[in-house]
Design a protein around this ligand. Structure first.
Ligand SMILES: NC(=O)c1ccc[n+]([C@@H]2O[C@H](COP(=O)([O-])OP(=O)(O)OC[C@H]3O[C@@H](n4cnc5c(N)ncnc54)[C@H](OP(=O)(O)O)[C@@H]3O)[C@@H](O)[C@H]2O)c1
Length: 339
């Protein structure tokens, strides 16, 4: 079978190689999945650059965490799936409930082989059925980006509810699906972007208030100004240290921040003093568990939510897909078809 691996010790795109691997076989309790689509996440750029947790990968590793496919065979004793089921693997292995522990829960595309291959074998406990309303490209957007947004909004602290205000930073994979979740929940959305074109698309998707963070470097002041002087209830914080201080300024009483990303830097100073004055909280988010994934999938079906696929590339063009994703020209997700 064809697969894309990151060669052991790689620190650049040069380490991304298309290889021929032996087609795996499902053992007891396992399913063989014929992969149909995969999607890229910001972490994949860090892994390729050898800068993700723990440095460069120690062994040749099949790339990417997020994918979806069809069950082609089931091993002895499998009870959760049948041949023909449409499935996605979970980001972490062995994580049905509770928080992830990277020391004991290998993550696809990094400490475990990932999804950018024609076939993969998963333990039946490390997979979910995809929402019935989604095609494979859309379902390939769920395991990391969507689940992270869902966790921050619905599981960490008070769940977002009708009438809440949600602040989203930028229009990448996590923020765009968060916008879709928020609108399905009838929340008000304030979204920032460096691009007025992307803001216009966000508006079409239902975003209520828009801020260009390049035109408004003090976007935290702008949030309150355009929101009638009010702070927000939930922030999906994908910026990290470069945005967290401003994000805290945007919180309303009893608000919450889902601490997720590093888009605006990984190290620096943060002063949480203002949280005292608003009775707010910050929750660390590391993707999510299978139970959350299944709950999210129910909501995706119920509200007929379709993740935004910005662009889909052919399998053989995976390196071009990674370059395009890295340019941040996308809004939503960049997908690679697998055939
Ligand atoms: N903790 C977790 O479990 C977890 C899970 C998933 C993702 N993450 C993290 O969350 C972040 C987002 O991931 P992703 O896959 O959604 O990324 P992505 O799709 O690559 O997002 C790219 C977009 O982020 C926006 N952006 C970049 N710098 C920004 C800044 N300084 N302020 C505001 N927006 C900025 C830009 O949007 P515009 O073009 O609109 O300006 C850019 O196009 C990453 O740091 C990732 O590592 C963490």
């Amino acid at each position: 079978m064809k697969a894309f691996i990151l060669a052991a010790g790689s620190t650049s795109l040069d380490g991304v190689q298309q290889v021929e691997l032996e087609k795996p076989v499902a053992g007891p309790g396992e399913i063989l999945v014929s992969m149909k689509a995969a999607s890229l996440n910001f972490r994949d750029l860090g892994i390729i650059a050898g800068k993700y947790f723990g440095g460069p990968v120690q062994k040749d590793t099949v790339l990417l965490s997020d994918g979806a496919g069809e069950v082609e065979a089931v091993g002895e004793g499998v009870s959760r799936f049948q041949v023909g089921d449409k499935v996605a693997g979970t980001f972490f292995k062995d994580l049905i409930e509770g928080p992830a522990n990277p020391m004991v829960n290998p993550a696809l595309g990094h400490s475990a082989d990932g999804v950018l291959a024609q076939y993969m074998v998963l333990n039946e406990n490390d997979a979910v059925k995809i929402p019935a309303n989604l095609n494979y490209q859309e379902a390939a957007c769920l395991p990391c980006a969507a689940l992270t947004a869902w966790h921050a909004m619905m599981t960490a602290g008070r769940p977002v509810t009708k009438g809440d205000t949600v602040l989203l930073l930028g229009t990448g994979g996590v923020s765009t699906i968060a916008l879709q979740f928020a609108k399905a929940l009838e929340a008000k959305v304030i979204i920032t972007s460096s691009s007025n074109d992307k803001l216009a698309k966000a508006k079409e998707m239902g975003a209520d208030l828009l801020i260009n963070y390049n035109e408004h470097p003090d976007w935290d002041d702008e949030v309150k100004k355009i929101n009638d002087g009010q702070g927000v209830d939930c922030i999906v914080e994908v910026g990290g240290i470069g945005t967290i201080n401003k994000s805290m300024n945007c919180l309303g009483l009893g608000g919450k921040i889902g601490m997720i990303g590093v888009l605006a830097g990984a190290d620096g100073e943060c002063n949480p003093r203002s949280l005292m004055m608003t009775g707010s909280s910050i929750h660390g988010i590391f993707v999510g568990n299978r139970q959350m994934f299944e709950e999210m999938n129910k909501a995706i079906e119920e509200h007929d939510i379709h993740p935004v696929v910005d662009k889909a590339f052919d399998f053989d063009d995976a390196v071009e897909a990674i370059k395009y994703f890295k340019s941040q020209a996308h809004m939503g997700k960049v997908v690679i078809n697998i055939s």
